[in-house]
Design a binder for this molecule. Structure first.
Ligand code: NDP
Length: 295
């Protein structure tokens, strides 16, 4: 059996089309243009390309986007002042500070300084708390994208044994919480694995759904999964350079072998990656509607 490929590229495209219509309606009927600012500190090439992709996508959807690039030696105080400026800017509904920040800046301090109503990355403790309680909030973009992939591929999550590999604050932990929620795309029985897990294969082998977010290239192999599993591969690992100079990417899953046993699987690239940016746009539109009292 060869798995159905769950295409993040196609799913993201469909959601972007929906968002484009929503943004056009907001602009025409309510004179609202959702606004997003991305703040990048330093010159990390991966961060530069993520930020560029976010601004390009925003622009294509009719979202007003601003990009601020600061020197790597920008002080924490100056960054906090900039965040505060955008907290008070009515044109801006979403503020995204690209992580990682240089070592001399405290990530948590900066993320907590963002107005929770503009926290379109969903990292502010208030939004994290609301998410855990199942209240209205901005869901963190990558786990939100995984939920959409599961829902739109028709994957039944209710009662499913879900194994999440990874427990980071941005992917693993929120993923676990969302799969647990008592609502559609949740209601799963969830196991979370990490580097101290004694027998990873014991857990992955009994999973109906595996969500891999460990950052270890091709670590989930065919012998670790059961027939008919649904695999969502969040991992993005640079494993070399092509002759063109472009990075060669691999997920956390050994796609070629696992696809022969899985019922459905996401590729890397073209899986979760495009969904993350799209969910950022969805959150920005949600923020604009909330600010206008429309939802
Ligand atoms: P982190 O490094 O912050 O967390 C990795 C987690 O995986 C940790 O909890 C770690 O356990 C666990 N882990 C690492 N190695 C193993 C192992 N051998 N067995 C079991 N668990 C393991 O990474 P992130 O959560 O930020 O990202 C994970 C991956 O997802 C990366 O490849 C990243 O590039 C990708 N990513 C992709 C996104 C997208 O849009 N597609 C967005 C964000 C991330 P412990 O806690 O014990 O250290």
């Amino acid at each position: 059996m060869s798995a159905k490929i769950i295409s993040g590229t196609e799913t993201a495209k469909a959601i972007r089309e929906e968002l484009k219509v929503e943004v056009a309606e907001l602009t025409e009927k309510h004179n609202i243009v959702p606004g997003l600012v991305t703040i990048l500190v330093g010159e990390d090439p991966a961060s530069q390309s993520y930020v560029a992709a976010k601004n390009k996508t925003a622009h294509a959807l009719g979202i007003h986007s601003e990009q601020v690039t600061l020197d790597a030696d920008t002080s924490e105080e100056d960054l906090l002042a900039l965040v505060e400026k955008y907290n008070n800017d009515d044109k801006i509904n979403g503020i995204l500070v690209q992580l990682p920040l240089p070592k001399h800046i405290d990530d948590n301090k900066v993320l907590t300084a963002i107005n929770p109503d503009k926290d379109v990355d969903g990292f502010h403790p208030i939004n994290v708390g609301r998410m855990v309680l199942g209240e209205k909030c901005f869901l963190p973009c990558t786990p939100h994208g995984v939920l959409e992939l599961l829902a739109r591929s028709g994957t039944e999550t209710s009662g499913a044994e879900v194994v999440v590999v990874g427990r980071s604050n941005i992917v693993g932990k929120p993923m676990v919480n969302l799969m647990l929620q008592k609502r559609p795309s949740g209601n799963s029985t969830v196991t979370v694995c990490h580097t101290r897990t004694k027998d990873l294969t014991f857990h992955t082998k009994r999973a109906d759904i595996i969500i891999a977010a460990a950052g270890v290239p091709k670590m989930i192999t065919a012998d670790m999964v059961k027939e008919g599993v649904v695999v969502i591969d969040v991992g993005v690992n640079r494993i070399g350079k092509a002759a063109s100079g472009k990075a060669i990417l691999a997920g956390d899953v050994d796609f070629d072998s696992v696809k022969e046993k899985a019922a459905a699987i996401t590729p890397v690239p073209g899986g979760v990656g495009p969904m993350t940016i799209t969910m950022l746009m969805k959150n920005t539109v949600q923020a604009a509607k909330q600010a206008a009292g429309l939802i």
